[in-house]
Design a protein around this ligand. Structure first.
Ligand code: M6R
Length: 608
């Protein structure tokens, strides 16, 4: 969703801001703009469409200067027009601002400001620029503080003024904003990714905080307490190169291919072969507290929720703890029953998904222990949970989540093992699981080598308009994830079902025009799965089967087979999902879709 980048220093701001905007593209946007302070005047350029178009428009404009802000907009209030693009200004251009989030009482503020304020956009954001102007009395920080006291909703803002062209004021409530700390130069952004080429030293504002940034330094304040607050500088150890395509045509393909490597990053130092267990220190629970946990609840959205379903199987099987997966947008509005012995995991790649954030706050309010399983370092979910684990997938920039899914799954398996070893999982089983887990990266490599074969398959099936994915047990969430990947990037309709459920309704859909992707690797439900596939075959659907190497039974049932290596049942999703990711990727490419930025979707969903 919307992205912010800002610069204060001695260098020319424009190239830094344009580069920053490009690095924010992954979040999804439909328009963009930039504003730079030059000799007491702020010059602004905005454009609908891609950053390339904005870059073209900046040529020949008076955008010299070493202080500026820029924005990528993902339309919420008001259509995709240049007028609605940020930065917005107040009357007479005194105040210039970029905003992420939603101002709920913007109509009310607009009416209060009265007719002397002329609004040129349909956005809620522009209203805040006018409000700050109406509070301005020669001190930009004081004006922003005063204005924000009247605002209801969420914001991450960066504000400049003609009258004080040496500073940027930023503030946060519910929408992240990060300061990158350089040498006599400072950066501002809505997430750490665009800052990585410049610095790894970052300060994360918390909700209700404001910062005044000049090339002399950064001063941070609490809006509520109206006084200075001291913030820690955090080092983000993400590798800048990982935020580049590195020769791949799409981020998604690069991220799929990184999985063997990043899976090792996720588990490194977190298992103990001798003890057959895992040590995830961030859990912040003593063994005694762990023994008291009688329920686990995963809250998550989209792909993270499918990974969490695998976590459910693992927790129930290894730890014998009753486990649920709740989609965050449902959990937050129900009356979820949780108590101090309920361990709630908020699972999120971005760490900013608003529904998951709201759900974790609700769980905390109701007295549960809340931990995070998060990728983005320093993100809001990571900060608001009382511990948890970073999954170390590195920057994931394609909208379609791949490597983060794999790493989330691995971390949940390790958590389940850690709890399981306290509750009856034998040393032998623990050792076996870790040994099998350590073999997964090489096995993923061997699946990746089949990309060209899977591409041929995608070509063969790309004419179909709907697909069905079937799995059972741990492979049901795999089917859900395969179907999710296909629909979000190729726009092909697809459904996923637990195969045993077919005869209760979905069989009616089966026909020659409805190919079925069946996951039938050799686990305890293998025979049952084969019977379900027989039923599909009898109804003439084309069938692609995902089977284990050496399985010659499936060939008679399938039109096509993808063979993959065997592993322990609980670990199967780590392997079985990979061909489904590759299949969806090739389908999307063949159909000419915008693979990394599919229509109507954003990487980080920071609104409801
Ligand atoms: O950042 P999160 O993991 O919290 O995001 C959750 C979903 O929005 C996300 O998984 C979404 O479904 C992806 N587009 C899946 O590829």
């Amino acid at each position: 969703m919307c992205g912010i980048i800002g610069y204060v220093g001695k260098k020319e701001a424009l190239p830094i801001l344009l580069q920053g905007l490009r690095r924010l593209e992954y979040r999804g946007y439909d328009s963009a703009g930039v504003a730079i302070a030059n000799k007491g005047k702020i010059c602004r350029v905005k454009s609908v469409g891609r950053i390339d178009k904005l870059t073209e428009k900046t040529k020949g404009k008076n955008l010299a200067g070493s202080l500026g802000i820029a924005h990528t907009r993902w339309a919420t209030h008001g259509g995709v027009t240049e007028a609605n693009a940020h930065p917005h200004t107040s009357c007479g251009d005194k105040i210039t601002l970029v905003h992420n989030g939603i101002i709920e009482n913007y109509q009310e503020i607009k009416e209060k400001l009265g007719a002397k304020h002329k609004f040129v956009s349909d956005t809620d954001s522009e209203v805040v620029a006018h409000l700050i102007e109406s509070c301005y009395d020669g001190d930009l920080r004081a004006a922003v503080e005063k204005a924000l006291a009247d605002v209801r909703g969420t914001y991450g803002i960066a504000v400049m003024s003609n009258d004080e062209p040496d500073k940027i004021i930023i503030a946060r409530l519910g929408s992240p904003i990060v300061i990158g700390m350089g040498q006599d130069e400072y950066f501002v952004a809505s997430d750490p990714t665009p800052l990585l080429p410049h610095t790894k030293e970052m300060v994360f504002l918390d909700d209700g905080e404001l910062a005044e940034i000049t090339d002399k330094g950064v001063k941070t304040y609490s809006l509520e307490k109206q006084k200075a607050v001291k913030k820690e500088v955090e080092t983000i150890d993400w590798d800048e190169a990982k935020a580049q395509k590195q020769g791949h045509p799409h981020f998604m393909l690069k991220e799929i291919s990184e999985q063997p490597h990043v899976l090792q990053d996720a588990i490194r130092g977190r298992y103990d072969v001798e003890e057959g267990t895992a040590h995830l220190g961030g859990l912040n629970l003593t063994e005694e507290q762990m023994r008291k946990v009688n329920r686990v609840v995963f809250i998550a959205c989209g792909t993270a929720s499918y990974a969490a379903m695998i976590g459910k199987y693992a927790f129930e099987r290894l730890a014998g703890i009753s486990t649920e997966v709740d989609v965050s947008s449902e959990f937050r509005y129900r009356d979820p029953v949780v108590d101090k012995n309920t361990l709630v995991f908020a699972v999120s790649q971005s760490g900013e998904t608003l529904d998951t954030l709201a759900a974790l706050r609700e769980a905390k309010r109701r007295g549960a222990q809340v931990r995070g399983i998060v990728n983005s370092i320093g993100s809001t979910i990571a900060r608001e949970t009382d511990g948890g684990t970073y999954i170390h997938a590195g920057p994931e920039l394609a909208v379609a989540s791949t490597k983060a899914y794999t790493n989330m799954t691995a971390i949940m398996l390790l958590y389940a093992l850690q709890f399981g070893r306290l509750r009856g999982v034998s040393l032998g089983t623990g050792k076996k699981l870790i040994k099998a887990l350590l073999e997964i990266p090489a096995k993923i490599e061997s699946v990746l080598e089949q990309s060209d074969e899977i591409k041929k398959l995608a070509k063969k099936y790309s004419k179909y308009e709907a697909f069905l994915y079937l799995g059972r047990g741990v492979n049901f969430p795999v089917a859900l994830e395969g179907s999710h990947k296909l629909k979000e990037i190729s726009y092909i309709h697809s459904e996923a079902y637990p195969a045993g459920e077919m005869k209760h309704g979905v069989n009616a859909l089966l026909s020659e025009d409805f190919p079925v992707f069946a996951i039938a690797t050799k686990n305890q439900l293998y025979e049952k799965m084969l019977s379900n596939i027989e039923e599909v075959k009898a109804r003439k659907s084309k069938i692609i089967i995902l089977a284990n190497e050496g399985d010659d039974k499936v060939a008679n049932l399938a039109n096509d087979v993808i063979y993959i290596p065997e592993t322990m049942e609980l670990l199967e999703p780590l392997l079985n999902t990979i061909p489904l990711q590759i299949f969806a990727y090739h389908m999307a490419v063949l159909l000419g879709r915008d693979v990394d930025r599919p229509r109507n979707l954003a990487k980080s969903v920071t609104v409801e």
